[in-house]
Design a protein around this ligand. Structure first.
Ligand code: M6R
Length: 357
């Protein structure tokens, strides 16, 4: 039920702090450390390469998951779009583990890959919001994202839940391998939940940004570097999906290899700047587009903000920035769609779960 909310999407955005806290509770043991099933731990530890398979927003969570697993657990990971993997399978390692990420657990493109890899005798883990779903039943192991039912077609809380669970998976694998962590994942996820709350409290400001930058535009670009690039892909998908504004996410340095030709007087460019090591270079990209007439909207993080940034996100741990950064992007998309009179919860041409290939 929507309760007092005008749309499921807004309700689901607001539920994210609760979802993160719920995940922490479900996956920590009595002494406050992360502990997943022994079977999953063993499968992660013994595989020589992990293949993440997903579509849409879940694919974007997978890109973040790759970084988390490689940085925290030091395991090599590849991320593939399910519908491509099916017809263009890469050379596999000797002992692969497949991770299927799917909110619904019913996406046909993923099922095709799952059937194929099971036939080849490989192990599969499904990360899903629906534990009884097809992908969950047919895989060897399941990790539940505990986000509660997601009704709006545009995925919001399932995405952040997937990234939180991927963080815990990375941490559990690191623990199993005896890798010493330099951060407390439970505490840092708690900080993320509080940051999400603070972000959800700034709706008026984000509504104003949507009005200023997106009320009438035909297109919009999102640029970011390193982890911010992945959030840009998600921000662009969210915006195009519900507001029908043509939106693209780019790695900051890539725009000038072609797409900068599309920048006209007033073209909105949302730049994400939450990564310290690339803060100056992404700001350099902003200058390049601004010089061609773009209307830049910089979203940065506490400690890295400059005068004139449109929005500043509370500081969270460097591994977890995507979980916070996506909140303003979700809300900006929501308000842009609202201003443009779009059907926020049920955008045209889209279904909540894509059960045909
Ligand atoms: O249920 P799944 O996570 O497998 O769905 C994958 C995509 O269809 C889904 O994420 C889609 O891109 C969303 N509508 C995006 O908001």
């Amino acid at each position: 039920e929507k309760g007092t909310y005008p749309h499921f999407m807004l309700k689901e955005i607001d539920e994210q702090p609760f979802v993160i806290r719920n995940i922490i509770q479900k996956y920590q043991n009595e002494n406050g450390t992360v502990r997943l099933d022994e079977d999953i731990r063993e499968a992660m530890k013994s595989s020589d390469r992990i293949y993440i398979i997903a579509a849409g927003t879940s694919y974007h969570a997978g890109l973040v998951g790759k970084q988390l697993i490689e940085k925290i657990a030091e395991r090599p990971v590849e991320v593939h779009i399910a519908s491509e993997f099916l017809y263009n399978m890469p050379l596999l390692s000797e002992n692969p583990l497949f991770i299927f990420i799917s909110q619904s657990g019913e996406t046909a493109d993923l099922r095709g890959v799952l059937v194929d890899v099971k036939e080849k005798g490989y192990k599969a883990l499904t990360i899903t919001n629906v534990p009884g779903s097809t992908l969950s039943r047919e895989a060897d192991f399941t990790l539940h994202t505990y986000a509660g039912p997601e009704i709006a077609v545009a995925s919001t809380k399932a995405y952040t839940a997937q990234m939180a669970v991927l963080t815990l998976l990375a941490v559990d694998t690191a623990n199993a391998k005896g890798i010493e962590l330099d951060f407390d994942p439970i505490q840092e996820l708690g900080i993320v939940a509080s940051a999400m709350e603070a972000l959800c409290d700034q709706k008026e400001k984000l509504e104003q940004i949507a009005r200023d930058y997106l009320a009438v535009t035909r297109n919009c670009f999102f640029i970011g570097r390193a982890a911010d690039y992945f959030v840009c892909l998600e921000g662009a998908l969210k915006l195009k999906e519900i507001s029908y504004i043509q939106a693209e996410g780019f790695a900051g340095g890539e725009l000038k290899h072609g797409t900068i030709a599309l920048i006209e007087e007033g073209t909105p460019v949302v730049a994400i700047a939450t990564q310290e090591h690339v803060n100056l270079s992404i700001r350099g990209n902003v200058k390049e587009v601004a010089a061609r007439g773009a209307n830049p909207c910089i979203i940065s993080m506490e400690g890295l903000a400059h005068d004139g940034d449109a929005f500043v996100i509370p500081k969270v741990h460097e591994h977890l920035t995507s979980l916070a950064t996506v909140i303003p992007l979700q809300l900006i998309s929501y308000y842009a769609a609202l201003h443009r009179d779009c059907d926020v919860d049920k955008p045209r041409n889209l279904a909540k779960s894509v059960t045909v290939e």
